[in-house]
Design a protein around this ligand. Structure first.
Ligand code: GLU
Length: 467
């Protein structure tokens, strides 16, 4: 049997953490089993589905590398197919037209609630034959079995039982002629030969209804795995903000796809105590048994930790490629300065995101102005002018440009002026980077290069003289 999974988003919003997780698990399960991963847009809710959302979902999946083997399918392109099936179900009595007005249904619902009953359709139109009411608008309902149970074995939650009498005669065709979600899903899962449905636990209640329709069509029932909720640190349901944040916002903030995937993998799946998984490892190790029944907690600190890990452990060439976009958005031309891969090596340790890395390395590529603020006053003042004048002379006279010789200069100056190494290094650092934070002073000086150093120290001295 060929394993086939699918990711079936309704394109009504962003590609957020929760939906990526079902996509990732479905994708990994297919990869692990040399199966097929299908992408399908469930876009029959015409009012809420948007082209923008489709674009965002495609973009996000591509960025994460969650490529699909089949699709993307669009349910709106299969409408006639669903309608044909519904027609034949009406003919065979598996479905029926319901002419009940919204006001009748509303009254029914209110009365049932008043009596303490679960609101459900009372089956009034079940036995009407043919087009009894002529042109009166109607919906089509699935004739759900009235007795018995639906039993299925969820891969995460085990045996789940629903009584048929608890289930409604589900609407499968709306009065506007558009089939409903629960119906299209069933037809697609059957037609696309989906073997494993991995999706959020919010769909558990839909599953018995879908199984009943599948059974009535004589179709195979897929295996289900309903993944638990994601909560905030506080244990509360994921906040609207975190829940809807589009994955490309993480991209803009400087996260690596590798970190996002690893983070999301662990958000509900475990393999012993292992935290870090390469893509190959994920594909090799992923299984449904490792999925947790309890909810998982979204923790941005852990995501940052993983991002830091990957920035420091993936190849510098790869990180360099990923960084290009961020330098471009800051208008920094990296062709005028040290080789980027060298700068990655010296800054990575201090960076949690690629944006941090751009901030920490921009002075290697770009000139800057001293801002008139407290930090500038702290370093660019008359007490430090000698340090800057002396180091400028020493740098100008240095014949062999090496990290070791530059360190030597700073040390010599600290001895000569009888002040600590840090008291010498900090004003120099600020003068040549415009910041208090940089890699070690010798390495920073080395990569900025002699000409730029001399000109920046000169500029700092002028600044002191003028202010
Ligand atoms: N379209 C549904 C959603 O976005 C998913 C349906 C399913 O996976 O069965 O929630």
């Amino acid at each position: 049997m060929i394993i086939k999974t699918r990711f079936a988003p309704s394109p009504t919003g962003n590609l957020h953490i929760g939906s990526i997780r079902t996509a990732l698990y479905s994708w990994l399960f297919a990869k692990r089993n040399k199966g097929i991963f299908v992408l399908r847009f469930e876009d029959t809710d015409c009012e809420r589905s948007t082209k923008l959302s489709i674009k965002k979902i495609l973009k996000g999946l591509k960025w994460l590398g969650l490529t699909w083997d089949e699709g993307p399918y669009f349910q709106t392109q299969r409408l006639q197919h669903y309608i044909d099936i519904i027609d034949s179900m009406i003919l065979s009595g598996k479905a029926y037209k319901c002419y009940c007005s919204t006001s009748r249904l509303e009254k029914l619902r209110k009365n049932q609630i008043l009596k303490g009953e679960k609101p459900r359709y009372d089956g009034k139109c079940r036995d009407i034959k043919g087009n009894f009411y002529g042109s009166v608008p109607y919906v089509v309902r699935f004739r759900n079995p009235e007795t018995g149970k639906v039993i299925f074995y969820d891969e995460i939650r085990g045996k789940i039982v629903f009584e048929n009498k608890e289930l409604d005669d589900l609407i499968i065709l709306r009065s506007n002629g558009i089939p409903t979600y629960n119906f299209c899903v069933v037809i697609d899962d059957r037609d696309m030969k989906i073997t494993h449905v991995i999706r959020g636990e919010d769909h558990i209640n839909n599953t018995p209804r879908q199984i009943n329709i599948l059974k009535s069509l004589g179709a195979d029932i897929p295996i289900y795995a309903h993944v638990s909720m994601i909560t905030e640190n506080s244990g509360r349901k994921m906040s609207k903000r975190n829940n809807v944040i589009d994955v490309m916002e993480y991209y803009q903030k400087g996260y690596l796809p590798d970190a996002i995937l690893n983070y999301i993998l662990r958000l509900g799946w475990s393999y012993g105590n292992q935290e870090v998984f390469s893509l190959d490892e994920m594909k090799k190790l992923f299984n449904l048994k490792g999925l947790s029944k309890s909810s998982s907690c979204f923790n941005i600190k852990k995501l940052l930790w993983l991002n830091h890990y990957y920035i420091n452990n993936l190849s510098v060439d790869y990180i360099g490629k990923c960084l290009e976009h961020y330098f471009q958005t800051e208008n920094i031309d990296i062709s005028k300065g040290p080789v980027l891969t060298e700068i990655i090596k010296i800054t990575a340790r201090r960076c949690n995101t690629l944006r941090d890395m751009v901030q920490l390395s921009r002075f290697f590529y770009q000139e800057f102005e001293y801002l008139s603020n407290e930090v500038t006053k702290k370093y660019l003042n008359n007490n430090n002018i000698t340090i800057l004048q002396e180091i400028r002379k020493m740098i100008a006279d240095l014949s062999i440009w090496s990290v070791c010789n530059l360190l030597q200069l700073v040390k010599l100056l600290s001895i000569k002026l009888n002040i600590t190494l840090s008291a010498v290094a900090m004003p120099i650092r600020f003068a040549i980077t415009g910041s208090e934070i940089s890699p070690s002073i010798d390495i920073t000086m080395y990569f900025i290069g002699k000409d730029r150093l001399l000109s920046r120290i000169g500029k700092a001295i002028n600044y002191i003289n003028e202010n």
